[in-house]
Every structure is written in structure tokens, then in C-alpha cells.
Write a protein that binds this ligand. Sequence first.
Ligand code: AKG
Length: 310
Amino acid sequence: MWMTSRQLPSGVIAARSMSAATSGKLEAFAVDAASVAENSRQVAAAFKRDGLAVVRQILPPAVAEALCSRVDAELRARQSEGDDSYFGNVYGYEDAGQRWDLKLRLSPEVKEAMRALLECLQGVLEALRPSWQLTELAAWISVQEAHFGTAKLEMGVAASWLAEAMCTFPSDPGQPVHADTSHVYDQQVVTIFVALHDVPTERGPTKMYPRSHVDGELHLGMKEVDESSAVLCTLSCGDCVLMDSRLLHCGTANTSDLHRFLFYTSWMPPARRSRGSTNTILAEYEEKLSLRRWQEWTAEDFACSQSVAQ
Ligand SMILES: O=C(O)CCC(=O)C(=O)O
């Protein structure tokens, strides 16, 4: 049974009434990393209900900073090589040079970050279902952009683009509100994304619509998204957000003069393929890395020829 907020240690996601849950306050969905392990089931229950959960300070700043430098170096290298296989699809915005979805290798910095994430979150994921497989390992990157980030949900076409999970409207400025997988056709994928530096409002945080992952009418375009329910995921360096892939969300405008890097990793039930956009992973890792065996494939000497799928 879900505990009331009075029974919870401070820092643990509190039980909320419907109105409080949709009040737009990100802190209502937040928990400190240090208290996750002993409250995995409660965090999982809140995540299941809301479609998101924020875990503060999951990565030590030094780990986040090292990963940030690695992502920066890899982005430059992949851009100069011009190898498309390292980039996921973000509505073709790569062409504008402002938004990139960069697939990552299991470098020492990525492994170290994964160890910290999974040490903390394995129990939460396994409280949702017993086994998971890695389906995305990448970084969302955005730079200052004048024409990006105005979220807009076109209800007339919502059903078709949600079935494809992502869509772009060429005449719209910015990333539209979207779900990464369909509420109607796909299984649940859990995406964990981590701020590799502070992400205040002007640096383009992700906007999310709590509980929209289970709202069939919204997904079928039968009603409009409630803007007043939206929460802006402003984060400090090392904070992470767990997001249900069916949750409506969008990247907002980066109006600062700084880049924005979010490391992310997604998990799906084994032996299934997502039909959505949730497959930003290098081919060599696809369907090979299981949650249960994360200690093996994040070990310093792990080579990808080893299979750790089960
Ligand atoms: O960049 C973001 O904040 C979100 C990106 C996103 O939602 C996507 O590419 O699916």
C-alpha cells in the first residue's frame, strides 16, 4: 500500500492528491538518490502512476562532468567523420545543426555513469517488471536556437503521429509535444535521462505532462493536452528523470548561449522490439545488454563480443 507523505522519510516522493500531482511543480515528483534504494517499490509505484520520477543527485558532479566532456568530444568526432550511423532521428533537426541525438559507445565515462545509475535504479526497474534490456544509449544535445522549442499539439493529426511515436510539422517552430512510443500499440519503455550540467529554464529543459502516458483519449487525439499540468524538468548537474516512453513531452527552446547535453538510456522488456523512436543505440549493443547483468557489461574490461543478454 502507498504510504502517506507523513510516513515517508524526507526526500522521498510524497503521496499526492490529483490536483497536487498536476500542479506543475517538479519537486512533487522528486526524490533524493540516497533514499531510493530503501524505497524502490514506492518510487516504482509513483512512477507507474505519474509516468515520471525525478532522482536528485544520482551522478556525482565529477562523473557528470567527465561524461559531458566525452559527449562533447564524440559529437565533434562523429560530425567531422560524417558517419550517420552514430545519430538517431530527431525530426531532421541535425540538418539545422542545433539538435543532435548521438549514440554512445561504452566508454569508461559511460560505464562509470551507468554503474552509478543502475546501482540506484535497478530495484525501481525490477519493481516494475522482472527483466529489462538496454534499448538506448545516447545523448540529447541542443544548442542555442532561435526557432526551436515552442511545444504544440495538433490534435487533428495527433493519432497518426503518436502511432509513429514521433513527428515533425515543418511549419511549426520547435519540437512538438510527443510520446516516444504509442499508448495504444507499444509496450512500456523506460527512459532515464541525466543532466550533465545544470539545466535552468533558458537552457531548454524537457517539458512533461504527468499521467498522460495512460490517457487513452489524449493519445487518440480526442482531447487536448492540459498545459497547466505540464512540469518543466529544470535540473542540477547529476540529476536524473525517469520517463515512461508513452508520456507526452518535448524539448523546449534553448535560449541561452550554451549547449545542453542530456545523457540518456532506455530500457524495454527483453526479446521485443519497439516500433517507436526508442532505438537510439549502436548496432553492436542491440538486444545484448540486460539489466540483470549490468555489473558485467559496465566492468572496465568488458568487450562487446561477450553476450550478457539474459
Ligand atoms: O531534448 C529533449 O529534452 C527531449 C528530446 C525528445 O523528447 C526526443 O527527442 O524524443
